[in-house]
Write a protein that binds this ligand. Structure first.
Ligand SMILES: *Cc1c(COP(=O)(O)O)cnc(C)c1O
Length: 225
């Protein structure tokens, strides 16, 4: 079966990249991005032992999340404020906390529902107009503001690298996210996770310290663009 072979190959490449950089392969979590595939593919992936799944749009995710509520669902796309309630009640981790107004809405909604939840702050390291995320210069103030929003458990940083033919071109992007974490982590906000690396560049991201990689096409064979 194609998915099984793909998964083996991806796991092998993650492990090899981790070892090259002196890391434990077990410290890298594979998030299977199912945004363009159906419930049946989620079932197959779960049967192969995958536990973490990523979706970038609530509407598309609903059916899959409802079918497999026991899996860990990661919200990886741009989150609209009016979808906050559904996302914090159904997803394990939000990777895309990218603006102050969203943080405020998350905190308000957490208060209302008496819920705490985990999130990563998305940083637009490469400064691409087409991508969401904070400018790196905004990060310290943003993290400061989050200290006053106790419903949001900030567990790290996330970035999307620009598309590149050769993943070596985007190595500096991953290295900078690692550096931002080193600079801005504190005892109260330790930022353990770095969510970085997709199909085209995950090996380089792991070498640069990714603790979560978000992989769609390399697993499910879907080609985009
Ligand atoms: C689609 C998507 C991915 C996975 O992309 P692939 O190149 O298919 O692995 C990862 N992260 C985000 C935010 C995405 O939207």
């Amino acid at each position: 079966m194609m998915l099984e072979q793909n998964l083996q190959r991806v796991r092998k490449e993650i492990a090899a990249a981790a070892r090259r950089s002196g890391r434990d392969p077990g410290d890298v979590r594979l998030v299977a991005v199912t945004k363009t595939v159906g419930v049946e593919s989620v079932r197959q992936a779960a049967a192969l032992g995958l536990k973490d799944f990523g979706e970038n749009r609530l509407q598309e995710a609903r059916e899959k999340v409802a079918a497999f509520p026991e899996l860990c669902w990661h919200f990886i796309g741009r989150l609209q404020s009016n979808k906050v309630k559904d996302v914090i009640t159904h997803f394990t981790l939000i990777h895309s906390l990218d603006r102050f107004s969203l943080a405020e809405e998350l905190q308000r909604c957490g208060d209302r529902l008496d819920l705490e939840f985990a999130a990563l702050v998305q940083v637009n390291v490469a400064g691409e107009d087409s991508k969401s995320g904070l400018d790196p210069s905004e990060l310290p103030d943003f993290l400061d503001a989050l200290r006053r929003m106790p419903r949001i458990k900030v567990e790290g940083l996330m970035t999307m690298a620009p598309w590149a033919d050769d993943p070596e071109e985007v190595r500096p992007v991953f290295r900078q996210l690692w550096e931002l974490r080193r600079k801005y982590r504190s005892p109260e906000m330790n930022l353990p996770h770095l969510s970085m690396g997709m199909t085209g560049d995950f090996a380089v991201a792991v070498e640069e310290g990714a603790t979560m990689v978000r992989i769609g096409s390399a697993l499910f064979g879907v080609r985009r663009g």
